[in-house]
Design a protein around this ligand. Structure first.
Ligand SMILES: Nc1ncnc2c1ncn2[C@@H]1O[C@H](COP(=O)(O)OP(=O)(O)OP(=O)(O)O)[C@@H](O)[C@H]1O
Length: 315
């Protein structure tokens, strides 16, 4: 359905995208994951025809965005990071306005009613957009993206700034839209993407570093867990005991805290939960644990791992 080929984008000296290629099949929900500044918005803006690439092509259902912008754009519903809403309009007026702007050729009233039902904003139809909560405003943004029933939906960080309840609702909405549409949706949060997508593409500094099924990537990234410990006692005794615990892969003293205690970092296999063993081991050597924190890998760790092992998670 979507074919992105050798996309490169320069902004002056900055190479925002460096030879990115991927395809998205019909009906697939693709997550586009990357830290801030990785090039997600740039890619989405090129796919939707808002900006041009320096080189490379984007084809949507057989038509090329640069050669055939009008026809190609009609196949795409786009929800930018900041949806283009008019706060002084009511929800219904705004959707009618966007319907006209997009020159949609469907029965207007019925189509807008259907979309409002789908994104569950019918109750808000006559409210001014400026009086809506952020979650409802985001739904109105989804509504405008759906005008004309485009087969492809491109959603740029659709859950940013929403509270946890709103995030769950929007995830549900994306999953239900994924039944009828091909969806690309970007985020810098792995859990966000893995909860909603079939497949994940990761970009970092403008390069594609992983392309894999959602569950495979989460599994690959989650094979190691980390524990941070603050323990009072002799570091050599503490490290000697940690070393003996089954499942421990890496361990080190991170820093000393005064004369008596130190912070340690322990990495262990995901199939283990070593917290109880750590507790018993430290009790054996009479070394009180002052703090124990489980920490999954940070996004930075994860990108480092992916960038170093680029292609490993690929399919
Ligand atoms: N109009 C522009 N002029 C110059 N540089 C730009 C422009 N737009 C983006 N960039 C740069 O291109 C790179 C990619 O930016 P982009 O906005 O695509 O990243 P992103 O992954 O969407 O990040 P974010 O989540 O922060 O929006 C960044 O280094 C950014 O500073």
């Amino acid at each position: 359905m979507i074919e992105v080929k050798n996309l490169t984008k320069r902004y002056g000296d900055i190479k925002a995208l460096d030879d990115i290629s991927f395809t998205v099949d019909t009906g697939e929900v693709l997550g586009f994951l990357g830290p801030n500044g990785a090039g997600k918005s740039t890619t989405m803006n090129i796919i939707t025809g808002y900006i041009s690439s320096t080189s490379g092509t984007v084809t949507v259902d057989g038509t090329e965005i640069l050669e055939n912008p009008r026809e190609t754009k009609r196949k795409i519903g786009y929800l930018p990071e900041i949806p283009p809403l008019y706060p002084e309009m009511t929800v219904r007026k705004y959707l009618e306005f966007m319907f006209d702007l997009k020159k949609v050729k469907l029965p207007k009233k019925e189509h807008i009613e259907e979309i409002m039902r789908l994104v569950r904003i019918t109750d808000m139809a006559d409210r001014l957009i400026k009086n809506l909560s952020k979650g409802y405003r985001q739904r109105v943004g989804f509504g405008q993206a759906l005008l004309g029933n485009p087969p492809v939906l491109i959603l740029d960080e659709p859950t940013v700034g929403l509270d946890p309840k709103q995030i769950i609702e929007i995830r549900k909405l994306i999953r239900s839209l994924g039944k009828k549409h091909t969806v690309i949706f970007s985020s810098h949060v792995l859990s966000e993407i893995s909860a909603t997508c079939d497949r994940i593409i990761v970009i970092s500094e403008g390069r594609l570093v992983a392309d894999s099924k959602a569950d495979e990537l989460s599994k690959a990234l989650a094979d190691t867990q980390k524990l941070s410990l603050t323990v009072e006692g002799s570091p050599s005794d503490v490290l000697g005991e940690i070393k003996k615990i089954p499942g421990v892969k890496k361990y080190m003293k991170v820093r000393e805290l005064g004369e008596k205690s130190a912070v340690y970092s322990v990495e262990y296999g995901n199939e283990f939960d070593i917290r109880r063993e750590v507790f018993s081991a430290m009790a054996r050597i009479n070394a009180p644990i002052l703090e124990m924190k489980s920490g999954n890998e940070s996004l930075e760790d994860m990108f480092l791992k992916l960038t170093q092992g680029a292609g490993k998670a690929g399919r």
